[in-house]
Design a protein around this ligand. Structure first.
Ligand code: MG
Length: 256
């Protein structure tokens, strides 16, 4: 059963979306060569304290996590694909950093991620990986309209990813979001167009393509959290929380 929310409730979710967007913007600006991942987490933590939001990550302890996450933002560097646990690491020029962040504010959760190249310039291959993720995200968002089916979102993401020559891991992907961070449905990053439940106004999804250069397999780091590419190749990950409305997709976590 996919929860649906009224237009008024979608309005109530906007502050959470704007806050998540502002934190990602601020932390990405701080993610310069010489910055430590622990400082980026501290910055996000300070913004959470000032806002009255509640971190979705700090106490997060699902079956696959070795212990509660303990930090408020995911910082995945280079071969770290997802769930990068902030640790004592100083960013270097050319690192590929993905930030993933979710909070509850006024009782509503939003979730968003971005990838960037530290220092602004990296390899063309890394930039292409990020660009493809962003293109896949836009395609997934465009498919999030009434009249489509859930599989249309997955198919749109998968088509962009595969057309660019990447293989897609479908074990971790998007999800419904609302009162909690992970709700029905799960949204794999590849699938069959025209399949799955019909999309209806009021559904809210976190849509999150992620890609690795030369593999679709991952393993869990010794920290119990960070998921790394099986072959050491770099990864990118982007995400928005998107509401389906009568007039089309509404990106709640849009950055200005
Ligand atoms: Mg996320």
């Amino acid at each position: 059963m996919i929860p649906r929310h009224s237009p008024r409730t979608l309005d109530d979710m906007r502050p959470a979306g704007a806050f998540v967007a502002s934190v990602l913007q601020r932390v990405s600006q701080a993610a310069i060569p010489g910055a430590n991942l622990l400082d980026l987490d501290a910055l996000a933590h300070e913004m959470i304290r000032e806002s009255g939001a509640i971190s979705c990550y700090v106490d997060y302890h699902p079956s696959f996590g070795g212990s509660p996450f303990g930090k408020v933002i995911c910082t995945s560097v280079n071969d770290a694909a997802l769930h990068g646990l902030p640790h004592d690491y100083t960013l270097e020029h050319g690192d590929l950093l993905s930030l993933d962040f979710a909070v509850s504010l006024n009782g509503w959760v939003t979730d968003s991620a971005l990838s960037l190249i530290v220092g602004g310039t990296g390899t063309t291959e890394d930039q292409r990986l990020i660009d493809t993720c962003e293109e896949a995200l836009l395609a997934g968002i465009a498919a999030a309209t009434p009249g489509n089916r859930l599989g249309d979102i997955s198919a749109a993401i998968g088509a962009v990813s595969r057309a660019a020559g990447y293989s897609v891991n479908t074990d971790f992907g998007g999800h419904g979001v609302g009162r909690t961070m992970h709700e029905d449905p799960s949204i794999p990053n590849d699938g069959s167009a025209g399949s799955g439940p019909a999309l209806k106004p009021g559904m809210v999804f976190a849509i999150e393509p992620w890609l690795m250069h030369t593999t679709d397999e991952i393993y869990t780091d010794a920290d119990g959290w960070t998921l790394r590419s099986a072959d050491g190749s770099r990864s990118a990950h982007v995400e928005h929380t998107v509401a389906i409305t009568k007039t089309g997709p509404l990106v709640l976590t849009a950055r200005t």
